[in-house]
Design a protein around this ligand. Structure first.
Ligand SMILES: C[S@@+](CC[C@H](N)C(=O)[O-])C[C@H]1O[C@@H](n2cnc3c(N)ncnc32)[C@H](O)[C@@H]1O
Length: 249
Protein backbone atom coordinates (compact mmCIF):
# COMPACT_ATOMS: atom_id res chain seq x y z
CA UNK A 1 0.00 0.00 0.00
CA UNK A 2 2.80 2.41 0.90
CA UNK A 3 4.39 1.71 -2.48
CA UNK A 4 1.13 2.50 -4.28
CA UNK A 5 0.84 5.79 -2.41
CA UNK A 6 4.32 6.80 -3.57
CA UNK A 7 3.31 5.96 -7.13
CA UNK A 8 0.30 8.22 -6.83
CA UNK A 9 2.12 11.20 -5.40
CA UNK A 10 4.46 11.06 -8.38
CA UNK A 11 1.59 12.27 -10.57
CA UNK A 12 1.11 15.33 -8.37
CA UNK A 13 3.00 18.57 -8.95
CA UNK A 14 4.87 18.99 -5.69
CA UNK A 15 6.67 22.33 -5.87
CA UNK A 16 5.71 25.76 -7.14
CA UNK A 17 8.00 28.77 -7.74
CA UNK A 18 5.50 31.28 -6.39
CA UNK A 19 5.04 29.27 -3.16
CA UNK A 20 8.83 29.01 -2.76
CA UNK A 21 9.08 32.77 -3.22
CA UNK A 22 6.24 33.46 -0.77
CA UNK A 23 8.03 31.25 1.71
CA UNK A 24 11.18 33.37 1.57
CA UNK A 25 9.01 36.50 1.89
CA UNK A 26 7.26 35.28 5.04
CA UNK A 27 10.62 34.18 6.41
CA UNK A 28 11.90 37.75 5.93
CA UNK A 29 8.88 39.39 7.54
CA UNK A 30 8.45 36.83 10.34
CA UNK A 31 5.18 35.11 9.44
CA UNK A 32 4.16 31.44 9.19
CA UNK A 33 1.24 31.82 6.77
CA UNK A 34 1.70 31.29 3.04
CA UNK A 35 -1.48 33.21 2.31
CA UNK A 36 -2.77 36.68 1.56
CA UNK A 37 -3.95 39.19 4.10
CA UNK A 38 -7.26 40.86 4.81
CA UNK A 39 -6.38 44.53 5.21
CA UNK A 40 -8.35 47.09 7.14
CA UNK A 41 -9.79 49.81 4.91
CA UNK A 42 -7.80 52.47 6.80
CA UNK A 43 -4.54 50.60 6.00
CA UNK A 44 -4.36 52.42 2.65
CA UNK A 45 -0.84 53.80 2.27
CA UNK A 46 0.46 51.88 5.31
CA UNK A 47 1.58 48.69 3.65
CA UNK A 48 4.20 47.69 6.23
CA UNK A 49 5.54 44.28 7.34
CA UNK A 50 3.55 44.59 10.54
CA UNK A 51 0.45 45.54 8.55
CA UNK A 52 0.95 42.44 6.39
CA UNK A 53 1.27 40.10 9.38
CA UNK A 54 -1.83 41.65 10.98
CA UNK A 55 -3.73 41.31 7.71
CA UNK A 56 -2.78 37.63 7.43
CA UNK A 57 -3.99 37.11 10.99
CA UNK A 58 -7.28 38.87 10.20
CA UNK A 59 -7.85 36.52 7.26
CA UNK A 60 -7.09 33.45 9.42
CA UNK A 61 -9.42 34.77 12.14
CA UNK A 62 -12.18 35.23 9.59
CA UNK A 63 -11.77 31.62 8.40
CA UNK A 64 -11.97 30.39 12.01
CA UNK A 65 -15.37 32.11 12.42
CA UNK A 66 -16.84 29.64 9.93
CA UNK A 67 -15.73 26.51 11.78
CA UNK A 68 -18.81 25.02 13.42
CA UNK A 69 -18.88 25.23 17.21
CA UNK A 70 -19.34 21.45 17.51
CA UNK A 71 -16.46 20.76 15.13
CA UNK A 72 -13.68 18.74 16.74
CA UNK A 73 -11.34 17.55 14.03
CA UNK A 74 -10.17 19.42 10.95
CA UNK A 75 -8.15 18.49 7.86
CA UNK A 76 -6.02 21.37 6.61
CA UNK A 77 -5.52 20.32 2.98
CA UNK A 78 -2.48 22.04 1.48
CA UNK A 79 -1.58 23.49 4.86
CA UNK A 80 1.88 24.85 3.88
CA UNK A 81 4.19 24.96 6.87
CA UNK A 82 1.28 24.56 9.29
CA UNK A 83 0.63 28.16 10.36
CA UNK A 84 -3.16 27.87 10.18
CA UNK A 85 -3.16 24.34 11.63
CA UNK A 86 -1.21 25.66 14.59
CA UNK A 87 -3.74 28.51 15.11
CA UNK A 88 -6.66 26.15 15.24
CA UNK A 89 -4.82 23.61 17.35
CA UNK A 90 -4.32 26.35 19.92
CA UNK A 91 -8.07 26.90 19.84
CA UNK A 92 -8.57 23.27 20.86
CA UNK A 93 -9.26 21.56 17.52
CA UNK A 94 -7.53 18.36 16.47
CA UNK A 95 -5.92 19.01 13.10
CA UNK A 96 -4.19 17.03 10.36
CA UNK A 97 -2.15 19.02 7.88
CA UNK A 98 -1.82 17.36 4.45
CA UNK A 99 1.00 18.69 2.26
CA UNK A 100 2.55 17.16 -0.89
CA UNK A 101 5.81 19.16 -0.72
CA UNK A 102 8.27 17.46 1.65
CA UNK A 103 10.33 20.64 1.96
CA UNK A 104 7.35 22.53 3.40
CA UNK A 105 6.68 19.68 5.82
CA UNK A 106 10.29 19.63 6.99
CA UNK A 107 10.17 23.37 7.75
CA UNK A 108 6.77 23.03 9.41
CA UNK A 109 7.86 20.13 11.63
CA UNK A 110 10.75 22.19 13.00
CA UNK A 111 8.55 25.22 13.78
CA UNK A 112 5.46 23.33 14.94
CA UNK A 113 6.64 19.93 16.26
CA UNK A 114 3.21 19.13 17.70
CA UNK A 115 1.33 19.51 14.40
CA UNK A 116 0.45 16.27 12.65
CA UNK A 117 1.70 16.57 9.07
CA UNK A 118 0.88 13.99 6.42
CA UNK A 119 2.86 13.80 3.21
CA UNK A 120 0.09 13.49 0.67
CA UNK A 121 -2.11 15.18 -1.88
CA UNK A 122 -5.75 16.26 -1.90
CA UNK A 123 -6.32 13.88 -4.77
CA UNK A 124 -5.00 10.68 -3.16
CA UNK A 125 -4.71 11.03 0.61
CA UNK A 126 -6.21 8.22 2.62
CA UNK A 127 -7.18 8.43 6.28
CA UNK A 128 -8.89 6.03 8.60
CA UNK A 129 -11.70 8.29 9.76
CA UNK A 130 -13.86 11.22 8.72
CA UNK A 131 -13.54 14.86 9.76
CA UNK A 132 -15.94 17.63 10.78
CA UNK A 133 -14.24 20.27 8.65
CA UNK A 134 -11.85 20.55 5.72
CA UNK A 135 -10.07 23.84 5.17
CA UNK A 136 -8.52 24.66 1.79
CA UNK A 137 -6.65 27.86 2.50
CA UNK A 138 -5.29 29.04 -0.86
CA UNK A 139 -4.48 25.47 -1.83
CA UNK A 140 -7.24 24.52 -4.28
CA UNK A 141 -5.71 26.60 -7.08
CA UNK A 142 -2.59 24.39 -6.87
CA UNK A 143 -4.26 20.96 -6.92
CA UNK A 144 -3.06 18.98 -9.94
CA UNK A 145 -6.57 17.57 -10.48
CA UNK A 146 -8.98 19.89 -8.67
CA UNK A 147 -12.16 17.89 -9.19
CA UNK A 148 -10.49 14.66 -8.06
CA UNK A 149 -9.06 16.49 -5.03
CA UNK A 150 -12.46 17.92 -4.06
CA UNK A 151 -14.10 14.55 -4.60
CA UNK A 152 -11.54 12.77 -2.40
CA UNK A 153 -11.80 15.43 0.34
CA UNK A 154 -15.60 15.21 0.30
CA UNK A 155 -15.41 11.48 1.13
CA UNK A 156 -13.66 12.39 4.40
CA UNK A 157 -16.22 14.95 5.59
CA UNK A 158 -18.95 13.77 7.95
CA UNK A 159 -22.56 14.50 7.03
CA UNK A 160 -23.37 17.88 8.58
CA UNK A 161 -19.67 18.82 8.32
CA UNK A 162 -18.12 21.56 6.28
CA UNK A 163 -15.62 22.58 3.59
CA UNK A 164 -14.18 26.09 3.95
CA UNK A 165 -12.33 27.42 0.90
CA UNK A 166 -10.34 30.64 0.64
CA UNK A 167 -8.89 31.28 -2.79
CA UNK A 168 -8.86 33.42 -5.89
CA UNK A 169 -11.32 32.77 -8.67
CA UNK A 170 -11.39 33.68 -12.32
CA UNK A 171 -14.62 35.35 -13.33
CA UNK A 172 -14.12 34.34 -16.95
CA UNK A 173 -12.81 30.76 -17.16
CA UNK A 174 -15.99 28.78 -17.47
CA UNK A 175 -14.36 25.35 -17.67
CA UNK A 176 -12.52 25.21 -14.36
CA UNK A 177 -13.55 24.98 -10.71
CA UNK A 178 -11.44 28.10 -10.12
CA UNK A 179 -14.50 29.88 -11.47
CA UNK A 180 -16.66 30.11 -8.35
CA UNK A 181 -19.91 29.32 -10.17
CA UNK A 182 -18.41 26.09 -11.55
CA UNK A 183 -17.04 25.19 -8.11
CA UNK A 184 -20.44 25.77 -6.46
CA UNK A 185 -22.15 23.71 -9.11
CA UNK A 186 -19.63 20.87 -8.71
CA UNK A 187 -19.88 20.68 -4.92
CA UNK A 188 -23.67 21.06 -4.89
CA UNK A 189 -23.91 18.09 -7.27
CA UNK A 190 -21.66 16.14 -4.89
CA UNK A 191 -23.58 16.40 -1.65
CA UNK A 192 -22.95 19.96 -0.43
CA UNK A 193 -25.02 23.11 0.09
CA UNK A 194 -23.48 26.54 -0.31
CA UNK A 195 -23.63 28.49 2.95
CA UNK A 196 -21.44 31.53 2.20
CA UNK A 197 -19.78 33.10 -0.83
CA UNK A 198 -18.04 36.27 0.35
CA UNK A 199 -16.10 38.45 -2.07
CA UNK A 200 -13.07 39.78 -0.13
CA UNK A 201 -11.16 41.16 -3.13
CA UNK A 202 -11.05 44.82 -2.05
CA UNK A 203 -9.65 44.00 1.40
CA UNK A 204 -7.15 41.48 0.01
CA UNK A 205 -5.90 43.75 -2.78
CA UNK A 206 -3.25 45.61 -0.67
CA UNK A 207 -1.40 42.26 -0.43
CA UNK A 208 -0.50 42.80 -4.11
CA UNK A 209 1.00 46.22 -3.31
CA UNK A 210 2.90 44.75 -0.39
CA UNK A 211 4.43 41.97 -2.48
CA UNK A 212 5.16 44.25 -5.44
CA UNK A 213 7.07 46.59 -3.08
CA UNK A 214 8.94 43.64 -1.56
CA UNK A 215 9.79 42.23 -5.02
CA UNK A 216 10.96 45.42 -6.77
CA UNK A 217 14.70 44.88 -6.38
CA UNK A 218 14.47 41.12 -5.84
CA UNK A 219 12.57 39.48 -8.66
CA UNK A 220 11.33 40.94 -11.91
CA UNK A 221 9.30 37.78 -12.55
CA UNK A 222 7.42 38.09 -9.23
CA UNK A 223 7.00 41.85 -9.58
CA UNK A 224 5.30 41.25 -12.94
CA UNK A 225 3.26 38.35 -11.65
CA UNK A 226 1.86 40.37 -8.75
CA UNK A 227 1.41 43.46 -10.88
CA UNK A 228 -0.72 41.47 -13.33
CA UNK A 229 -2.66 39.95 -10.47
CA UNK A 230 -3.31 43.42 -9.07
CA UNK A 231 -4.65 44.54 -12.47
CA UNK A 232 -6.90 41.47 -12.64
CA UNK A 233 -8.25 42.22 -9.15
CA UNK A 234 -8.88 45.84 -10.08
CA UNK A 235 -10.69 45.04 -13.30
CA UNK A 236 -12.60 42.29 -11.44
CA UNK A 237 -11.59 39.42 -13.73
CA UNK A 238 -10.06 37.81 -10.65
CA UNK A 239 -11.76 37.80 -7.23
CA UNK A 240 -10.69 36.59 -3.80
CA UNK A 241 -13.45 34.65 -2.07
CA UNK A 242 -14.30 32.75 1.06
CA UNK A 243 -16.71 29.93 0.30
CA UNK A 244 -18.37 27.72 2.89
CA UNK A 245 -20.21 24.48 2.07
CA UNK A 246 -22.20 22.19 4.36
CA UNK A 247 -22.28 18.49 3.61
CA UNK A 248 -25.86 17.28 3.38
CA UNK A 249 -25.39 13.72 2.09
C1 LIG B 1 -0.20 29.01 -1.07
S1 LIG B 1 0.19 27.59 -0.13
C2 LIG B 1 -0.98 27.78 1.20
C3 LIG B 1 -0.48 27.15 2.45
C4 LIG B 1 -1.39 27.25 3.68
N1 LIG B 1 -2.73 26.83 3.40
C5 LIG B 1 -1.36 28.63 4.28
O1 LIG B 1 -2.40 29.30 4.25
O2 LIG B 1 -0.33 29.00 4.82
C6 LIG B 1 -0.49 26.29 -1.11
C7 LIG B 1 -0.41 24.91 -0.49
O3 LIG B 1 -1.07 23.97 -1.37
C8 LIG B 1 -0.31 22.78 -1.39
N2 LIG B 1 -0.66 21.94 -2.55
C9 LIG B 1 -0.23 22.03 -3.82
N3 LIG B 1 -0.73 21.01 -4.55
C10 LIG B 1 -1.50 20.28 -3.71
C11 LIG B 1 -2.27 19.09 -3.85
N4 LIG B 1 -2.36 18.46 -5.03
N5 LIG B 1 -2.90 18.59 -2.77
C12 LIG B 1 -2.81 19.23 -1.58
N6 LIG B 1 -2.11 20.36 -1.38
C13 LIG B 1 -1.46 20.88 -2.43
C14 LIG B 1 1.12 23.29 -1.36
O4 LIG B 1 2.04 22.27 -1.02
C15 LIG B 1 0.99 24.37 -0.29
O5 LIG B 1 1.11 23.79 0.96
Amino acid sequence: MAFLFKEWIRDIKLEYDDIKYYLSLINDVGSYDIHYGLWEKKSKGKITNKGFINAQKRLSDLAVLFIQKNSKNIIDVGGGIGGFSNNIKQLGYFTVCIVPDKKLINIGRKIFPSIKFIHGSAEFFKLQYKFDTAILFESLQYFTDKRLGLYNISKYIKNGGRIIILDEFSESDLGDVMNNKILINFLCRNGFNLLENINLTDEVLPTCDFIINYSLNRSEKMTNLWDNKRKDYLNKTLTYRLLVFNKVY
